[in-house]
Design a protein around this ligand. Sequence first.
Ligand SMILES: NC(=O)c1ccc[n+]([C@@H]2O[C@H](COP(=O)([O-])OP(=O)(O)OC[C@H]3O[C@@H](n4cnc5c(N)ncnc54)[C@H](O)[C@@H]3O)[C@@H](O)[C@H]2O)c1
Length: 289
Amino acid sequence: MSKPVALITGGGSGIGLAIAEHLINIHGYRVVILDVNKERGAAEAKRLNNADNCLFKEVDVTDFDQQAQAFQQTCEWGGGRLDMFVANAGIGDGDSVYKDLKGVDEKTGLPKPVDLRTLDVNLNAVIQGVHLARHFFLKNATPGGKIVITSSCLGVYANHSLPLYSASKHALVGFVRSTAPVFTGMDITINALLPVLIETNLMPEAVRPLWDRAQLTPLSTVSKAIDSIMDAKVTGQTIELSLDQTVFSKQQAFSTPNAKWMCEQHKLWEMACEPLLPKPPGQNVGELQ
Ligand SMILES: NC(=O)c1ccc[n+]([C@@H]2O[C@H](COP(=O)([O-])OP(=O)(O)OC[C@H]3O[C@@H](n4cnc5c(N)ncnc54)[C@H](O)[C@@H]3O)[C@@H](O)[C@H]2O)c1
């Protein structure tokens, strides 16, 4: 039987690389690493590759066509299968809502728009990736697969110095909790990792020596979290990675009966969104009959 295949964005460094290594060495996967950083990504894939189990592709995930082609090539390389998608590529805040960093328009005197690349990478590209993963998962001989999204502890908490990053990571938590029940009907699981703080290339060099090292989460906790989502019943979870702990965080309790009522009106929402929701298995576009 062929080995399971995973596609990991931002897999050339840090958390994505640790997941690639863990999937290959412990779970017997073959892994395709996507990254914009060609030099580092290619070198790491070469290091991990023995017996044709790791491949690197230079891809900017914000370019839909590049990401789509990478999915296609991964399935071909995998012998017609894709079992896991790890949407992990991410960047910090590239602009400010507190200052006119980009200056003002000379004619109008109005501020230039905020550069939202953080949301393009951390959120929009992840949604496009999930959309592509679903498409390819349903072509598997046994349709289905696993999606892992790297959110952040700032997906449930907030940080005033990283508002764009916090917004993107909060949105991912909502996306995971919202999609999981529908994906269950397609045998697709979707879970989010919410690391607290792990020393990686995301952390600017200048501040690295200033952190209290006792507060840093080791990469071994990422492996532990991956182990916890391998079970096909685990879905819709947002897993905080804190030091050596993996904590399945709960959705916030409803503050009013009215809010609970609105969120529980699935049948009415389903009627309202009828064209957008999947039909019974076997009748969806992209599914093999
Ligand atoms: N390190 C932490 O403490 C921490 C905490 C919470 C969440 N996260 C999240 O974990 C994920 C991985 O971050 P990391 O800490 O390993 O950082 P990292 O910088 O080591 O790795 C991120 C990788 O993503 C790649 N990347 C960035 N933009 C890309 C794009 N447009 N297309 C393709 N690849 C791109 C980078 O080149 C890099 O290799 C990110 O989503 C990050 O927000 C990290």
